[in-house]
Design a protein around this ligand. Sequence first.
Ligand code: GAL
Length: 688
Amino acid sequence: MPPTSFPSAVPDGARPPLAAVTADLGLLYGGDYNPEQWAPSVWREDARLMRAAGVNLVTVGVWSWARIEPEPGVRDFAWLDEVLDLLHAHGIAVDLATPTASPPPWLGVEHPETLPVDRDGVRLVAGSRNQFAPSSRRYRAAALAIARDLAARYATHPAVRMWHVGNEYGQVDHGPEAEREFRCWLRERYGTIDGLNEAWGTAFWSQRYRSFDDVVPPRRMPYLVNPTQSLDFRRFTSDELLACYREQHAALREAGVTTPVTTNFMGFFPLADYWSWADAVDVVADDQYPDHADPRSPADAALVQDLMRGLGGGAPWLLLEQAVGATSWREHNLPKSPERMRLDSLQAVARGADGVCFFQWRASAAGAERFHSAMLPHAGADTAAHRGVQRLGGDLARLRPVLGTRVPARTALLFDWESWWAAQEPGRITERLHTLDQVRAYYRPLWDRGVAVDVVRPGAPLGAYDLVVVPQAYLLPDDAARELRAAAERGACLVVGPMTGVADRNAHVLPGRFPVALADVLGVSGEEWVALPDGGVPLAGAVGVAHVHGELLRADDATVVARFAEGHLAGAPAITRRDHGAGAAWYVGAVVDEATLEGVLDDALALADVAAAVPGAAGLADVEAVQRGDLVFLLNRGGQGVRVALPGAWTDLLTGRDVADVVDLPPNDAAVLCPAGPTQETGDHEVH
Ligand code: GAL
């Protein structure tokens, strides 16, 4: 299997797609492989078992810095040569990691400034992982040096088909070097100290700075931190981590790497703004560890997967890590069945993944993750978990027709990191209102109804959508407000949640009746945000309850759908609707119960004429149905068999069976249906 060829150098800005890897390998399947934990005899068994399980890609080297560079400046690549050659000989491709997420202990001993400092001023030490300060020049130089040497050695190795920079970037540092870089970042952003003083609102509490040299990261302070300082430190931290990523990515390219380069995201991770990262990775890759003991986790996982698709502009993404069974870091840590693991994996493929990988291939005997599940458990290959892994390998090999296809959606859901950050700053109306809870609450009814959703960033063009849902855009940039207005004016439906359009990009509360930029579009305006008492407030006009947060609204040019029935807000509108041609804009001025929110979303879906992607599966509680390209994925998480109406003639790629008009889905099972036809390529490949 020769690597797909790329030009010898990748032009600036060009992003080799995942198709560069999948074109010959098919859907990617495998996991993190940590051979430095094992003897060479084990590597040989691993390669054989990987091949038998249908594995075609493993991520190697994430935690191997100390092995490659046992002493400063020394390089030991011999073992890695052997591992890569062995994998290649078995037809297994490698996503080669720069090992820069965990420097060897000697780096921190010789150069303590490479270690991160927490907000209390405590310098962290080696003995775990992630012990690096992103702003440390010494760390950055050492990381770049090893990345360069690795690339120089393996850029053209035939096993290496992808590169993986660092791991799960998410370190925060409050040390002296972070302070220096934070000041530079602020200078760049604001130009003058007056600009910073204005943006940070330092007239409050006598915080005025005379110079950038007086500004410090938000370390431990006597009381609440300036919210804009805190927001800027989050922006800076994300940018600083991105700079670490970018310089290694560039170094790999300079050394001749022509294959896709990426790193692993972590869904709705709070320490990196993935909208700003998305352009830097060639392929969006994500680690997903939904809590399978939580009954809503399939919906929440679907939301993350729709976000990953959104980050890549709809292009296929890669599920780079998930757990075969239990993780070792979750309090409840309940087991996960092989069937559930299979369904979760197929869910990711349904929602745009062109590959499914795990942490990790072989369970570690030692170390902090010795009880984390793995593709090959401690008990070996003769286990239910490993048989599940083999089965999934067979499934994925049959799904070639899915490669490169996209998930069509007419509903958009807006989400933004900066807005999330600003909305979560302490000192807010109520600490019980959480942006992510709202995002999930608005997404779940759509998922329950089988509606396809794209997660988009504020400001993204909305012309393709008939329904736009804004659970909470606390900071609503001007371009986002313009797009929402244009969508409403052309007759799309909008559903906007509470605490939206509250503040500007500096997190200053906007003057005027809120949501200032959208009040006329929504036909409603507000004057007071109100924390609601525990137990909530009943709504009149709906059978539901408002809880956590409500708003004192006035319906200026909108119909009142529901009012607060009691308390401080008694009689005031809680939910409003303003018609716009064929569409309408709803404002939900409270956190409302599920049924009430479902009522609003149902009305909006009906008016927008947006239905389930697979109408025959709508209403089947345990069935998730997704259309991807012209394929239909049906996942039955229930303990009972179900029958799904699906007009037409289809072939189930998983079983090879032809079906017409109805699909019988056994319990805990799935079907991936491809329109039947004489020229249809089923992609049925033999599994090794
Ligand atoms: C991820 C990490 C892996 C492993 C895994 C365990 O955060 O990238 O190396 O620690 O979690 O769930």
